[in-house]
Design a protein around this ligand. Structure first.
Ligand SMILES: NC(=O)c1ccc[n+]([C@@H]2O[C@H](COP(=O)([O-])OP(=O)(O)OC[C@H]3O[C@@H](n4cnc5c(N)ncnc54)[C@H](OP(=O)(O)O)[C@@H]3O)[C@@H](O)[C@H]2O)c1
Length: 354
């Protein structure tokens, strides 16, 4: 059972009763869908059953902004780290748990449709942590221009006019992880061999292409024939299907490896360790904080370089798009079972797909 929250309040601030009446007549309230986290995965038969999507109503013209902004969400990211947030709130973890019965949150991109602060203007596009809800109000708060569930919103520049949803994928955390992780941690040299797991996923597909462009020999693993084909097209020198071949046997044949870009851990990591060349370098830290730690050093360069590479077609980008928040639960379940090909993303409305 959902109750109406502040966003559903169609009170009109300083409007006169006549103005309010006129607005009611001209602007009917708009449905505002939200993706809720309802059940812990251990208590649900399937991961998709842990979520529900519910519409409330919002008056976009008159919803109070309290000195902040009203943002229409364009796209919400689906990421593996979110699985760790689906735990009881009293269990500690790197990131706060998702409270049961509340709207999910995570990396999102949106467009400002009204603003009461000089820090943001209507029409600007913003990126950051937002509730997975079609329309969000971020009120003003002390010390920061607006208050979001975690951190601040970044105003995006899009010089090549790329689809805005890319900013939660190849131009967001996934691309940044690939770029920073390969460039900084992996320190690759032409001629070296890199092994990339979950290589057809959001991070992996970017690592494969950047590594090829740097002159590396790329071994890629994935979980389906379609992904194998995609990775061969992207230039991987050898592709391992983890369901039909033994990763350790294949690495014995095609290794040793100098760098392992680990996207999955577990048995694949063990197989990679046993195929390491002398002085191999592995990315074994898998946490969102790592990517944010590199922003100061590389974010500006990342946006310059990656936007240009994507716009020119030098780097290809494949997405697995779920259109509408109501498909978010299924998207999460697919991600955890490897059904996504490319970056898993929820696009809120078909109008953002062109
Ligand atoms: N360090 C950081 O700051 C940072 C930032 C972002 C992401 N990451 C990490 O990078 C990794 C990749 O993220 P992503 O967004 O690119 O996800 P993704 O690769 O798009 O999706 C996850 C993939 O993992 C594979 N997989 C799922 N279950 C598996 C299992 N039991 N064993 C082996 N493989 C399994 C599946 O691919 P196949 O079936 O094709 O193998 C699935 O498609 C994740 O571990 C994520 O947490 C780290």
């Amino acid at each position: 059972m959902r109750t109406f929250d502040a966003l559903d309040d169609s009170g009109g601030g300083h409007c006169s009763p006549l103005q309010l009446k006129r607005r009611e007549l001209t602007m009917p309230p708009t449905p505002n869908s939200s993706l809720y986290f309802d059940v812990l995965p251990r208590d649900a038969p399937k991961l998709q059953d842990c979520f529900s999507c519910t519409d409330t109503m919002i008056d976009l013209q008159s919803v109070p902004l309290s000195g902040g902004i009203l943002v229409e969400t364009i796209a919400c990211s689906l990421d593996p780290y979110m699985r760790n947030r689906m735990r009881p709130v009293n269990e500690p973890g790197d990131m706060p748990a998702f409270p049961l019965g509340e709207v999910l949150n995570g990396f999102s991109v949106g467009v400002v449709i009204r603003s009461e602060t000089t820090d943001f203007a209507a029409g600007q596009h913003v990126y950051g942590f937002m509730p997975y809800r079609k329309y969000n109000v971020f009120g003003a708060c002390d010390g920061a221009s607006v208050s979001t569930p975690m951190g601040t919103l970044k105003i995006l520049a899009n010089p090549y006019n790329l689809p805005w949803r890319y900013f939660v994928g190849i131009l967001g955390m996934s691309g940044q992880t690939a770029y920073y992780g390969l460039k900084d941690v992996s320190d690759p040299k032409p001629g070296e061999t890199i092994f990339v797991s979950a290589a057809a996923g959001a991070v992996g597909q970017v690592v494969v292409q950047l590594a090829k462009a740097m002159g590396l020999r790329v071994i890629a693993s994935c979980g389906s024939i379609e992904k194998e084909k995609m990775l061969k097209k992207l230039g991987a020198d050898h592709v391992i299907n983890r369901h039909t071949s033994s990763i350790s046997e294949e690495l014995k044949k095609y290794g040793p490896i100098d760098i392992y870009f680990d996207n999955v851990g577990g048995a694949t990591l063990e197989a990679a360790i046993s195929s390491a060349a002398m002085n191999a370098r592995f990315r074994i830290k898998i946490e969102a904080l790592v990517v944010t730690d590199w922003h100061e050093k590389y974010a500006e360069e990342f946006y310059d370089v990656m936007q240009q590479k994507v716009a020119s077609g030098e780097i290809k980008y494949r997405e697995h798009v779920y259109c509408g928040l109501k498909h978010g639960g299924q998207g999460m379940a697919d991600l955890m079972t490897g059904k996504n090909i490319g970056k898993a993303v929820i696009v809120l409305d078909g109008k953002w797909l062109s």
